[in-house]
Every structure is written in C-alpha cells, then in structure tokens.
Design a protein around this ligand. Structure first.
Ligand code: 13P
Length: 251
C-alpha cells in the first residue's frame, strides 16, 4: 500500500438546484470522516453558496472548468482568480465531457492547467480513452498524448498541486466500471509516463484518481489498487449517502 493520501472528489456536473447543492454540501461536510481528502465540484453558479455550506469543514471546493486568462472579453468564462475568490481550492481541467462534447483540445487544456496552477489553484487534470481506442489497443498511446501535450511546460514547483484523474470515457455514466486490474494497469502506466516527464520523485507522490461509475459497492476494490489514490465520482456523488459510502471505502 502506498503512503500517498487518499482523495475522493464529487463532480456534480450540470446537476443540482441551489437548495439541493446547499443541502448536499452540508451533509458531506458533516459526514466526511477524517483521514481522507474530500472535495466537491458544484456547477459554478452555486460555488459561493456551497463555499458557505462548507465553511469550517475540511471538505474542499472546486470548479468544473476555468479559463486561462486572468480577465478579458471571454463571454461565459471564469478565470482562476475569480474561482479562488469564490472559495475554490481546485479546478477540473480536461474532463472528457469538455474534450469530446465541447471540442477542447490539448493545447487549450495545457494553457488552462498552467494558468490555474500559476494562480494557485490545485488542478485535477482528466485523461482517458474512448471505447474504440481501448478496443484498438490504443489506450496507452492516447494517455501518453494527453499527458505529454496537456502537461507540457508545467514548472516543477507547481507539480505538488497537480492531480491526475483517469476516466475511461466508456465507463463514465454508463454503469460499466473498469475492473480493478484495468484501472491499476492504466494508473501504473500514467505514473510511469509522469516519471518520464517530471522525474521519479514527483511521480511517486502524484495522486491519480479513478473515475467512471464508481459506487459504494465497487469503490473498495478500486481504491485498494496500489496506484489508485482516490476517486472522481459523478452520479454517485449527488447523494450524500452514496458519496460518503465511497469516501469511507477510502479510509
Ligand atoms: P460517473 O461516476 O457518473 O460515471 O461520472 C464519472 C465522472 O465523469 C466524474 O468526473
């Protein structure tokens, strides 16, 4: 077992009303056990509401996306500085729903990751292959490209604030979870690739989360793999009971 701390994050995507977000955040803040890092990623419009609900708890707040400029004529976007001021400690970058649904590509994601880290946010950088890519034995090539291009030029001093999430696209929201062996193999590959890019020392402390249909019932098996340091949870993070069940599986 690694000495890396476990980290469980809940991505609420474009779900929740303000009232639900507030209640869910309060229940997570109250129920999260010590010994695991926990964070929630509500829709941006509820960030300050959730920040208030989490006040005084150890549960972190994150945004699902951020822009790479500090300010400017970027209609609909939010800068890292704005997210920090709203109470965020984290942001996601490169979620597959933005890569594949909204056409965000390597260079754009690289700029976002670098800007968010430079501003002082912690970044969860998401990678993962499509089903067709896995079936064509291209998983490692896809992950390698996403990591090499997406993380290019990140300075060494910002690496401690970087987390990787491996989210195979075929497992997201499908109920089809990667087997613990599939997750472990991908995570070990990501760690090796990270070591080649940034050195063994940075790779040994890098947190790599698994995402894709994580539920309380399958969490423990995934989280006990040596290179799985936590989970990025979608559907099951929208109910306090199931999310906290996953968090407890990480203790
Ligand atoms: P599900 O847990 O709903 O499969 O979503 C995973 C995900 O996309 C988390 O970012």
């Amino acid at each position: 077992m690694s000495k890396r701390p476990k980290f469980v994050a809940g991505n609420w995507k474009m779900y929740t009303s303000r009232g639900v977000a507030k209640e869910l955040a309060a229940a997570v803040a109250q129920g999260a056990p010590a010994g695991v890092q926990v964070a929630v990623f509500p829709p941006s419009v509820w960030l300050t509401t959730v920040a208030d609900a989490l006040a005084g708890s150890a549960v972190g707040l994150g945004a699902q996306n951020c822009h790479f400029e500090k300010e400017g004529a970027f209609t609909g976007e939010l800068s890292p500085q704005m997210l920090l001021e709203a109470g965020c400690r984290y942001t996601l970058v490169g979620h597959s729903e933005r890569r594949h649904g909204l056409g965000e590509i390597h260079d754009f994601l690289n700029k976002k990751a670098k800007a968010a880290l430079a501003a002082g946010l912690h970044v969860i950088f998401c990678v993962g292959e499509l089903l067709a890519e896995r079936e064509a034995n291209q998983t490692e090539a896809v992950l390698e490209k996403q990591l090499t291009d997406g993380l290019a030029g990140i300075p060494a001093e910002h690496l401690p604030n970087l987390v990787i999430a491996y989210e195979p696209v075929w497992a997201i929201g499908t109920g089809k979870v990667a087997t613990p062996e599939q997750a472990q193999a991908a995570h070990a590959f990501i760690r090796r690739k990270f070591a080649a890019l940034f050195g063994e020392k940075s790779a040994s402390v890098l947190l790599i989360l698994y995402g894709g249909s994580v539920k309380p019932e399958n969490a423990a098996d995934l989280l006990h793999q040596p290179d799985v340091d936590g989970a990025l949870v979608g559907g099951a993070s929208m109910k306090a009971d199931s999310f906290l069940g996953i968090v407890r599986a990480a203790v």
